[in-house]
Design a protein around this ligand. Structure first.
Ligand code: FPP
Length: 240
């Protein structure tokens, strides 16, 4: 019997290595992204089976807009297609689907599909699947600070309340408001950095790095990451 206290509530994944996976096979980078969607499906199924409550995926960063137009366009199309194809599975399996990030940059067509998928799954009570698109950690902190500044200037009587804000109060301004911080952040493909991902929310996350490229990261690899997490001793800066 698995010890459920050792199952992370929120697992987050920096999906990396699609391009290299394709190159190793003499194929176009896009082929790696298509295989990457299969890994998304495998990890979502396994996360739900293991009792993980939130699975979040870094699908497209603010920096990824600097990739060649052709790759950006194909990636966006792939995500719309994946969302449309997976919607019946989400509904059947109680999955709530959420997209977070700088939505203004995504364009009307994609935003309409995202809104539809989010609305139709909003009352589901199983796993919450979060896809971060056009997201970066610094952008998130900046948008929170800007919103707070706007509120403060609109209502100067709130000055002392805002001056006394706690970390928890400030968290409500991040796009992840209401979602627990990730317990475990996984990054595939051997890169050992966070690349501007969940900088605020990941303050106490356990980090797991693997050389496995994202298209090869399936059920067994996900289970290995959970097993490693179960061995970690989380102290949050305290002495135990
Ligand atoms: C990183 O590999 C991967 C991405 C930038 C895109 C990941 C997106 C998907 C797999 C589609 C997800 C779809 C849904 C619905 C969530 P890379 O291109 O940086 O690879 P490289 O480092 O080898 O060049």
């Amino acid at each position: 019997m698995e010890d459920s206290s050792k199952i992370p509530v929120h697992v987050s994944i920096i999906m990396d290595g699609n391009g290299r996976w394709a190159k190793e096979r003499g194929k176009e980078r896009f082929y790696g992204h298509i295989e990457g969607v299969e890994s998304v499906r495998a990890c979502t199924e396994e996360a739900a089976r293991k009792g993980v409550r939130y699975l979040s995926l870094f699908a497209f960063s603010e920096e990824n807009w600097n990739r060649p137009d052709e790759e950006v366009r194909s990636l966006m199309e792939l995500m719309v297609k994946a969302m449309t194809n997976e919607l019946p599975t989400f509904l059947k399996n109680g999955i709530r689907f959420i997209v977070l990030g700088n939505r203004e940059r995504l364009g009307d067509a994609l935003n309409a599909r995202i809104d539809d998928c989010m609305r139709r799954t909003e009352n589901q009570t199983g796993l919450t699947l979060i896809v971060f698109m056009s997201y970066s950690g610094r952008w998130d902190i900046l948008q929170a600070a800007k919103r707070l500044a706007l509120e403060a200037s609109a209502d100067p009587s709130r000055a002392s309340e805002i001056g006394n804000m706690t970390l928890t109060d400030f968290s409500l301004y991040m796009v992840t408001s209401g979602i627990p911080d990730p317990d475990l952040i996984i990054r595939t493909s051997g890169e050992l950095r966070l690349s501007n991902y969940l900088l605020w929310q990941g303050a106490y996350s356990e980090l797991y790095f693997t050389d496995v490229l994202w298209p090869d990261f399936r059920k067994e690899e996900f289970d290995l990451a959970l097993a490693e997490y179960a061995k970690r001793d989380r102290r949050y800066g305290k002495v135990k």
